[in-house]
Design a protein around this ligand. Structure first.
Ligand code: HEC
Length: 123
């Protein structure tokens, strides 16, 4: 009996294990444009989560301690248009183009708001 449970369950979830932790609903269909229905707190939280992927290079809170440029102190508008330009290729880059291509314009907006608000708060 136990053997059955342990073999069937992982197989059933195979393919969705990576997203399962933070997906609120079964990730079977493409996200149906979540932005309009989302409340502001949820959107801020999503921006913060998405922004985690930036800290490896740009430092915690966007304060880089390496050769990478700091993004702390930059406005939402600046960060958003920089990311959109990297994504489209309008702005030359080594890594940012590839990184930015992984996000939708809505996600880029949430990430930019997160960093923009962060800088505003502490100034
Ligand atoms: C793998 C390392 C890496 C990651 C991850 C990364 N960046 Fe960058 N970022 C760079 C580098 C390097 C540059 C300089 C442009 C280039 O060559 O790509 C840069 C440039 C930028 C700039 C332009 C800064 C300026 O002064 O104009 C912004 C804005 C930016 N990144 C935002 C982000 C955001 C937001 C994320 C997360 C979604 C992120 N980056 C993730 C390495 C990274």
């Amino acid at each position: 009996m136990l053997g059955l449970v342990f073999t069937v369950v992982p197989l059933f979830h195979a393919g969705s294990t990576v997203m399962a932790a933070d997906a609120p609903a079964p990730a079977t269909v493409a996200a149906p444009a979540p932005t309009p229905a989302m409340d502001p707190a949820k959107m801020r939280e999503r921006g913060q989560i998405l922004a985690l992927s930036c800290s490896g290079c740009h430092g915690t809170d966007g304060k880089s301690s390496s050769i990478m440029p700091s993004i702390y102190g930059k406005t939402t508008g600046y960060i958003e248009s920089a990311l959109l330009d990297f994504k489209s290729g309008a702005r030359m880059s080594t890594v940012m183009g590839r990184h930015a291509k992984g996000y939708t314009p809505e996600e880029i907006h949430l990430i930019a708001e997160y960093f923009g608000n962060l800088s505003k708060k502490k100034n």
